[in-house]
Design a protein around this ligand. Structure first.
Ligand SMILES: Cc1ncc(COP(=O)(O)OP(=O)(O)O)c(N)n1
Ligand SMILES: Cc1nc(C(=O)O)sc1CCOP(=O)(O)O
Ligand SMILES: [Mg+2]
Length: 228
């Protein structure tokens, strides 16, 4: 029987693969996982397929060891190859339907919706596991990403209360609480997570940023179960 794990930690770490590769990448990821991070995205925009396969394989093992979920950015084939729990797809990537067909009903499939409720409606209707909105702040990793207002998160929560919302773009310890309060379930963080002097402590500090409600919203990703 599949063991279900509720991913309650609000940090969704995204690898800074432009600056961290192989051993240095694994070292930071291990610390983030030790600090409680339960959701990791491998985002590497290169075409070095051998290294990408190697790194994704090691990250899959590290995540499994810590009970965390590994999501692969853009690449459904790599997600299948390394046994990741899902993929993240943007508007110019493969389709949600193809990802669902190739990865199955339990897979976590996240969709970039930028600042658009119309894109979110299409992702929700197509069976997305989470909706990603952003960029909310100035991003060092992707400065050209289109900006989004924080109010969007409450609008999405009202319309799809059970569909997890991920916020992205320039998020760190200084503004994550604001984003969670505005209606995000998860804060996706690349630069600040990988450039922290103590990634374990960085991840750990996100635990105390959760909104004070004793019951987290129903929109929590569960590993091993179709979502939402
Ligand atoms: C959690 C999350 N949200 C948004 C993105 C951006 O995806 P995309 O628009 O496909 O851009 P790239 O990341 O592929 O450059 C993401 N990766 N993760
Ligand atoms: C990959 C990505 N996508 C974004 C979007 O808005 O779609 S912002 C972004 C970069 C996130 O990294 P950082 O935490 O360093 O800002
Ligand atoms: Mg993409």
């Amino acid at each position: 029987m599949t063991r279900l794990t509720a991913l309650t930690h609000p940090l969704y770490a995204i690898t800074d693969s432009a600056n961290f590769r192989e051993a240095r990448l694994y070292a930071v990821v291990e610390q983030l996982l030790e600090g409680g991070c339960q959701l990791l995205q491998y985002r590497d925009k290169t075409t070095d397929h051998a290294r990408r396969r190697r790194e994704a394989g090691v990250l899959a093992q590290l995540c499994q060891h810590h009970g965390a979920a590994l999501i692969i950015n853009d690449d459904i084939g790599l997600a299948r190859h390394c046994g990741a729990q899902g993929v993240h797809l943007g508007q110019s990537d493969s389709t949600l339907a193809l990802a669902r067909q190739r990865l199955g009903s339990d897979a976590i499939i996240g969709i970039t919706c930028h600042a658009s409720i119309a894109l979110a409606a299409s992702a929700a209707a197509g069976g997305a596991s989470y909706l990603a909105f952003g960029r909310f702040f100035k991003s060092q990793t992707k400065p050209q990403a289109p900006a989004a207002p924080l109010e969007l998160l409450a609008t999405a929560r009202a319309r799809w209360p059970e569909l997890p919302r991920v916020a992205i773009g320039g998020i760190g310890l200084a503004n994550a609480a604001q984003v969670l309060k505005a209606g995000a379930d998860y804060t996706a963080v690349c630069h600040d997570a990988f450039h922290s002097t103590d990634p374990c402590e960085f991840a750990n500090r996100f635990t105390s940023l959760l909104p004070s409600s004793p019951h987290r919203a129903p929109s929590i990703i569960t590993l091993g179960a179709p979502n939402p």
